[in-house]
Design a protein around this ligand. Structure first.
Ligand code: BES
Ligand code: ZN
Ligand code: ZN
Length: 501
């Protein structure tokens, strides 16, 4: 897919050559001088006249009329150099690759040295190129008899750079591409309708990942759950004809099984709300209620590719949340794997129930740190909107590491609190240890506080992705639909993780 050319030779044939241009064309004059000379200085003039726009994410195409090997130059605006960063570059490149694919291009070259500045070195830029390429050109095939996706795909990218070692650039390209592909795998899982992706299908997918990357795989069946006493996951599954699965993947990157990061992902394949049933509008889209599971599996794919020196246990509780004569009901009291009893006040607050058992089970598998990801509450959308993931914690130092990973991944997250009063509300049942829905006030916090009761003393971070797992419009780095949010944050967290004393 990627080739690096360390000596720049503009006579090489390419369908398109992608070049970055800053609003003040300082870089242009320094680095593209040779190219500009081949065009008798016209490129500089086109930038000055604005025919080649340097405005952030602007795309301008110039035909080369055989003056160089490439048939066309695709200029992508990078805005003002002082504001330029990795994030802007990723989005600009996403637009460039989109434009290239729409132009029915199957091969492209990228002039990497035009994409760097004080804040973005050549290796960062290489990562941005391959990640943006994978993300921006993602499509979900869908089920139309007549596919309208007749567009050609880019199959080969040559990266031109004299500024860094070719092998190092190549390995950055490989890493960036893994991040993109892992995100895309999560997107596909989330985009699949629930009749095409049951808990059994997710378990089968996890087994395949395990085979490919040599993870240890454990799938708990309903009988195993009954024996262990996973009453919370079983209660949510009660109304379903589909068997539940508790899916465990283990990756051992250290000699000893210690300092284990537990990644837990909500895997509700469809959420009707159960007897606390959703409205006819609110129920549409609930195939995406396994976005947390998808994020964890996407991250595991990247971990499998990059093999960091860390220990990771991924735990995914999966079922759909249905109604039937056997379904669990409001007022039911259930006993979780931890032994804590729960009064069910709302069967639509099912995510926290399945996560309760998953968090406990991750601890049984030796997790010393926990990060859970879940499309947990509509409340987080009210609080933070659709661009920002909500984050909650019982441990400041672990949170710090998650915030850094999210920042580096370009995935905005923002903290919401869990105070003692909040904990009191989830503990406020007259007949059980906890209740799963203390009322709508601050219910993103209630969901988090509930899960925290099962993390107990283990350092834990909860990511509520109800607002960010999907997007309702096409964007620079992908189409409308699933975003694959938190895949890259989780993978970076694992890669960079420092055990906490
Ligand atoms: N799966 C939903 C949360 C959700 C809402 C995800 C919108 C994606 C988009 C979750 O299980 C749920 O129903 N939460 C309830 C909790 C309430 C009953 C306390 C909610 O948010 O209304
Ligand atoms: Zn629900
Ligand atoms: Zn749900």
């Amino acid at each position: 897919m990627f080739t690096v050319q360390n000596e720049i030779d503009f006579s090489t044939n390419h369908e398109i050559l992608i070049i970055g241009v800053f609003e003040k064309p300082v870089k242009f004059e320094e680095q593209l001088e040779n190219l500009d000379q081949l065009f008798d200085g016209y490129l500089t003039q086109l930038v000055k006249s604005g025919d080649i726009s340097a405005k952030r994410k602007a795309i301008s195409t110039v035909h080369t009329f055989g003056k160089i090997g490439a048939q066309r130059l695709l200029f992508v605006g990078l805005g003002k150099e002082k504001d330029f960063d990795f994030e802007i570059l990723r989005e600009a490149l996403g637009k460039a690759f989109n434009a290239a694919e729409n132009g029915r291009i199957t091969e492209a070259a990228v002039f990497l040295d035009s994409l760097i500045s004080t804040h973005v070195d050549p290796l960062d830029a290489a990562h941005a190129v391959s990640e943006a390429f994978a993300l921006a050109t993602y499509h979900f095939e869908g089920y139309k008899q007549q596919s309208n996706d007749g567009s050609k795909k880019i199959e080969k990218i040559t990266v031109l750079s004299e500024q860094a070692d070719g092998d190092e650039i190549h390995s950055s390209l490989t890493v960036g591409y893994s991040f993109g592909i892992g995100t895309n795998s999560a997107r596909t899982l989330v985009n699949l309708p629930s009749n095409m992706l049951t808990a059994t299908d997710i378990a089968d997918y996890a087994k395949e990942l395990g085979q490919e990357y040599d993870f240890e795989v454990e799938i708990l069946e309903k009988e195993d759950m009954l024996k262990l006493g996973m009453g919370a996951l079983l209660a949510v599954n009660q109304g379903s004809i589909e068997p539940p699965k508790m899916i465990v993947l283990k990756y051992q990157g250290k000699e000893e099984w210690k300092d284990v990061l537990g990644l837990v992902g909500k895997g509700i394949t469809f959420d009707t709300g159960g007897y606390s049933i959703k409205s006819k509008d609110g129920i549409v889209g609930m195939k995406t209620d396994m976005g947390g599971a998808a994020a964890v599996l996407g991250a595991m794919q990247i971990i499998g590719e990059l093999k960091p020196e860390q220990n990771v246990v991924a735990v995914i509780p999966s079922t759909d949340n249905m109604v039937s004569g056997g379904a669990f009901k409001p007022d039911d009291v259930i006993t979780s794997l931890s032994g804590k009893t729960i009064e069910v006040l709302n069967t639509d607050a099912e995510g926290r129930l399945v996560l309760a058992d998953a968090v406990t089970y991750a601890k049984h598998h030796g997790a010393s740190y926990l990060v859970d990801v879940a499309t947990l509450t509509g409340g987080v959308i009210t609080a933070l909107g659709n661009d920002t993931t909500g984050v909650f914690t019982n441990h400041e130092v672990l949170l710090e590491q998650v915030l850094e990973a999210a920042y580096e991944a370009g995935e905005p997250i923002w903290r919401l609190p869990i105070f003692e009063k909040d904990k009191e509300r989830v503990r406020g049942s007259k007949i059980a240890d906890l209740n799963n829905s203390p009322g709508r006030e601050g219910h993103a916090i209630m969901g988090a506080a509930f899960i925290g009761e099962f993390a107990e003393e283990t350092p834990w971070v909860h990511l509520d992705i109800a607002g960010t797992a999907t997007i309702n419009h096409d964007h620079e780095l992908g189409p409308a639909g699933a975003t694959g949010v938190m895949v890259r944050t989780l993978a970076l967290l694992v890669e960079r993780f420092e055990p906490i004393e």
